[in-house]
Design a protein around this ligand. Structure first.
Ligand SMILES: Cc1cc2nc3c(=O)[nH]c(=O)nc-3n(C[C@H](O)[C@H](O)[C@H](O)COP(=O)(O)OP(=O)(O)OC[C@H]3O[C@@H](n4cnc5c(N)ncnc54)[C@H](O)[C@@H]3O)c2cc1C
Length: 485
């Protein structure tokens, strides 16, 4: 007697190092692979526009990979708590396997689904396939969770025995045809994931290859070309100094475990210096830290971790709306900010240093509530991640755990000059300034009239004047900060 297993793919769209899938296969029962697009349960936190584009391509790639190992992926849309039990009944499954998720609404949804299935005598097995460690695994000496990154990172390195990657999948025994046919799959196009109205995804294609093979290539390229100088180049948006793995990691096309071991192997082979690797792995640990915060403080998705900031006098959006729009469109008149916002719109990704600059500009120069920034990123980032996005916005706004102090206000001119010294990054995205001499590229308003004219720039016409004066905005932000004390 066989009793089929249902495997639910969610944020683990890969066949290699997928402990939940490996365990399902080890049952030696026929397996049905299912993906349910459940926007209803996740509500405001379901995938934004950019991530849906990624999901479309990632599912396409996963479907081909699953077919290659002998099975197929069934696609459905609806509330998982309705769809899954129905399918379980139709195929006569006795077990359901999945990889754990950690967003508050995801945890709730999975709990509900588990209870429904258990009440029908269906066994549910869940696994960690998303993080190096479970977010509850490392505690401070007093038994609480870490709120400061450095001791967390030290503890992880000293006590974290990183498990080996589990073997890849060579064969999936799908369901016998008659049972599979009782459950019709939607066609991928029917999930309607690609952006329309507007379709801003044209710039994504040349930059990205969603899917497990794309993730593997991206990691290899990083290890071959950039990892050896990561510590030095990671802050330079004008160079390909970081891995670009974030959308792959978010969708689970590669695991942090695979990345960790791949880096360590290169260090052992003396191909990457230890200190460079250490900084890169500490960034992977920032991702873990974000999940620790989210798991232990789930209301951080819309409430300040530091309660003092609940009274912060954010700008009234009835009058600040034009500032928000200028920021979103990359029309603030500050070249490094505009370059970042345009990189985001065009490519679905933004360099980390520039994320910090544009984030600081929004919450400090414009005094706009960090939640508006987070929402925009949620819709436009291919790597939009509930833990990293929220923790990072709170960090930038000064209200998070181990956050940048609010009074440290990034100066967009000096940041631009320091991290984009030749202006290559700004020229690439703010093309209307491309012919200005580098000296004025980050401060076009300081350029003499003849220089502007020679560069084809008419301030206020071809490129905006700054929407706020830096010095005035800085003082206004510091005044506002006094109100949190
Ligand atoms: C305001 C703001 C919002 C952000 N929103 C997100 C988000 O939604 N999703 C997201 O994945 N990252 C977010 N980050 C963190 C960081 O900017 C990106 O992870 C990084 O730029 C991704 O590029 P990469 O893969 O080349 O990074 P690399 O430098 O190559 O780092 C490797 C991996 O480490 C992780 N990582 C790196 N930096 C951080 C960090 N500061 N916090 C958490 N994880 C990190 C990522 O998974 C990344 O892929 C945000 C940062 C800021 C300042």
């Amino acid at each position: 007697m066989t009793s089929p297993v249902l495997f639910l793919f969610r944020e683990d769209l890969r066949l290699k190092d997928n402990p939940a899938l490996r365990a399902a296969i080890e049952t030696a029962q026929p397996i049905m692979c299912l993906f349910v697009l459940d926007e209803e349960t996740e509500g405001a936190w379901s995938a934004g526009g950019a991530r849906k584009w990624w999901l479309h391509h990632s599912l396409k790639s996963l479907m081909a990979d699953i077919e290659e190992v002998g099975a197929s992926l069934t696609l459905k849309r609806g509330k998982a708590e309705d769809v899954v039990p129905k399918i379980v009944q139709e195929i006569g499954a006795k077990q359901v396997f999945w990889t754990r998720r950690y967003g508050p609404s995801q945890i709730e949804a999975d709990k509900t689904l588990k209870e429904i299935l258990k009440s029908r005598d269906i066994e549910v097995k869940s696994f960690n396939g998303r993080l190096l460690f479970e977010p509850w695994q490392f505690t401070t000496k007093t038994g609480g969770y870490y709120k400061v990154f450095t001791p967390f990172w030290k503890n992880l390195k000293a006590n974290g025995d990183i498990r080996a990657a589990v073997a890849g999948i060579r064969k999936i025994n799908g369901l016998p045809k008659e049972s599979q046919h009782s459950v019709a799959s939607l066609a991928l196009e029917e999930l309607d994931l690609r952006p329309s109205n507007p379709d801003w995804s044209k710039g994504f294609d040349p930059e990205w290859s969603p899917g497990e093979a794309g993730a593997k290539d991206r990691l290899k390229r990083f290890l071959d070309e950039a990892a050896e100088a990561y510590k030095d180049d990671r802050n330079r948006p004008d160079k390909p100094g970081t891995s670009g793995l974030s959308p792959h990691l978010h969708h689970g096309e590669i695991s942090p475990i695979q990345i960790w071991h791949a880096v360590k192997e290169r260090v052992a082979a003396n191909e990457i210096p230890d200190d460079q690797a250490d900084v890169f792995l500490s960034e992977i640990a920032w991702r873990e830290f974000s999940y620790v915060l989210l798991y232990n403080k789930p209301d951080m998705i819309d409430e300040e971790i530091n309660p003092k900031f609940k009274a912060f006098p954010w700008a009234d959006m009835r009058s600040a709306k034009p500032d928000l729009t200028a920021w979103q469109k990359g029309q603030t008149g500050y070249p490094i900010v505009d370059a970042g916002m345009r990189q985001l719109w065009q490519t679905g990704w933004m360099h980390n240093r520039v994320r910090m600059i544009v984030g600081s500009f929004l919450v400090k120069h414009l005094l706009i509530d960090w939640r508006y920034g987070m929402e925009w990123f949620w819709d436009t980032l291919l790597d939009a991640d509930i833990a990293s996005n929220t923790a990072s916005w709170q960090w930038i706004a000064g209200c998070g755990a181990d956050a940048a102090p609010y009074f440290r206000i990034f100066n967009p001119m000096t940041q631009g000059e320091k991290f984009d010294p030749n202006g290559d990054y700004v020229r690439n995205y703010v093309t209307e300034l491309a012919n200005l001499p580098t000296k004025y590229l980050h401060t076009p308003w300081e350029a003499p009239k003849d220089v502007l004219k020679a560069g084809g720039v008419k301030l206020g016409v071809t490129y905006p004047n700054p929407i706020v004066d830096h010095k005035t905005a800085r003082l206004r932000a510091l005044d506002a900060y006094q109100e949190t004390k």
